[in-house]
Design a binder for this molecule. Sequence first.
Ligand code: C5J
Length: 224
Amino acid sequence: MNAIPALPYDYPLPDLHSHLALVIIDMQRDFLEPGGFGDALGNDLTPLQAIVPQLETLLQTVRSLGLLVIHTQECHQPDLSDCPPSKLKRGNSTLRIGDSSSMGRILVCGEPGNAIIPALSPLPNEVVILKPGKGAFYNTPLTSILQKHEITHLLITGVTTEVCVQTTMREANDRGYECLLVEDCTASYFPSFKQATIEMLRAQGGIIGWTATTDQVCRALLKS
Ligand code: C5J
């Protein structure tokens, strides 16, 4: 059986490549670009921007093999009817979901800041999941899309590691998917949170899943 060298041990690939999908979480302008939501909250954007070249490489490899690609965007309807009051009110920021910023309304579907960054723009044949929560399964058609494509294995990437990426990987693990987090294709505004997340997900014999680098994943996929 083909496998990706990974931690805590090799990640067994499915017999058919077609059962493996790449999930790219929330690589949106609002989280990565100056003037966006992440910036307005006072975060250092550089750790998030730094993963873009590796994600481009992984995406190119996965596309060349014809695997399913799933992009997600954290966003809400313009009337915010899908945003629970707890999420709307949380924190002491002056900028909240639905407010106007230099890139349009914060975390509202269709606004310029809500778009995926141009370097990782979805192709017309790729899946885009609009998600109102942190996890990609909550209140979205993701489960039925994965079932329709007979996906059993997920390569998980994107931002931020300890929020939407971790939540999605835990949701996927509970639903029976074999998940591998690509370490250098995920980032947090807080590098120590990224490191802690990687370690906790793969602890206890891979209690939530595996981790590996882009290089390890691409080499294994191209030779299998
Ligand atoms: C956050 C996300 N951090 N995509 N969203 O609010 O992780």
